[in-house]
Design a protein around this ligand. Structure first.
Ligand code: C5P
Length: 232
């Protein structure tokens, strides 16, 4: 059922990847990260429309790059903002009122499996207001002070690492973004964090190692071997 709109924040500079094009336009196996991500999103039977928050100067490039995958009116490209939160807010602003399910997916998670997109959308469709994919934390986690000394070991059993796409009932995400003040900009690192502040319960579904976020140059190498593994 194609009943969801996906917002794709893709306006980050990606400074941790080193100098070069905006992160979403960096190449992975010959194609920009954004193209990989959007191709997977539109392969989901849940996705009706895609809104990309692009680097403001790259709007036409993004339309051109995505043309083989999706084109207007199913695709809308808006200029992104200074923070991820501002980019998502800009994309959310153009979602039609009659849409019930909104997913938010980082372009940097270029190899998201189609099944994961479907799983998140299905959980929202089943009645959850907010849904996030998570993985157990496998490393031991410690608190460290400003001088580099360990001050404690955290019980990792209840901890989860959070991925995207995150899924929301449209009106819930609207309210969350409406009620967050300018002063709070940048203090939450995911969209579910805003929804939690409203006192709304967030449901978790299993994430995927393939939905890893590409942040550092070595992540590009890991993603490339995942891609070869997937293709081969
Ligand atoms: O920087 P980080 O890896 O946390 O960014 C996550 C996602 O948010 C990326 O897809 C990036 O392009 C996007 N982003 C954005 N606008 C910003 C900063 C990041 O759309 N100003």
């Amino acid at each position: 059922m194609r009943d969801a709109v996906v917002l794709v924040p893709a306006a980050g500079r990606g400074e941790r990847l080193g100098p070069g094009a905006p992160k979403a336009l960096r190449s992975l196996a010959g194609e920009p990260l954004l193209v990989h991500a959007v191709r997977r999103l539109v392969a989901s039977q849940s996705v009706a429309q895609v809104v990309v928050a692009a680097p403001p100067q790259a709007r036409d490039d993004v339309l051109h790059l995505l043309a083989p995958v999706i084109a207007p009116p199913a695709l809308t490209v808006v200029p992104g903002g200074q923070t991820r939160q501002a980019s998502v807010a800009a994309a959310l602003a153009v979602v039609p009122d009659d849409i019930d399910i909104v997913l938010v997916h980082d372009a940097a998670r270029a190899l998201v499996p189609v099944e994961l997109v479907d799983r998140v959308a299905a959980a929202v469709r089943a009645g959850h207001d907010a849904v996030i994919p998570v993985l157990p934390v496998v490393d031991t986690v410690k608190r460290v002070d400003a001088h580099g000394y360990v001050t404690g070991t955290v019980d990792r059993a209840p901890l989860r690492a959070v991925q995207t796409p995150q899924g929301f009932r449209h009106q819930v995400l609207r309210r969350a973004y409406h009620e967050v003040g300018e002063s709070e900009q940048g203090q939450v690192t995911d969209d579910a964090g805003l929804v939690e502040r409203l006192g709304i319960r967030v449901y978790t579904v299993p994430g995927s190692p393939h939905a890893m976020k590409i942040t550092h140059p070595s992540d590009l190498q890991v993603a490339e071997s995942l891609l070869t593994g997937v293709a081969g």
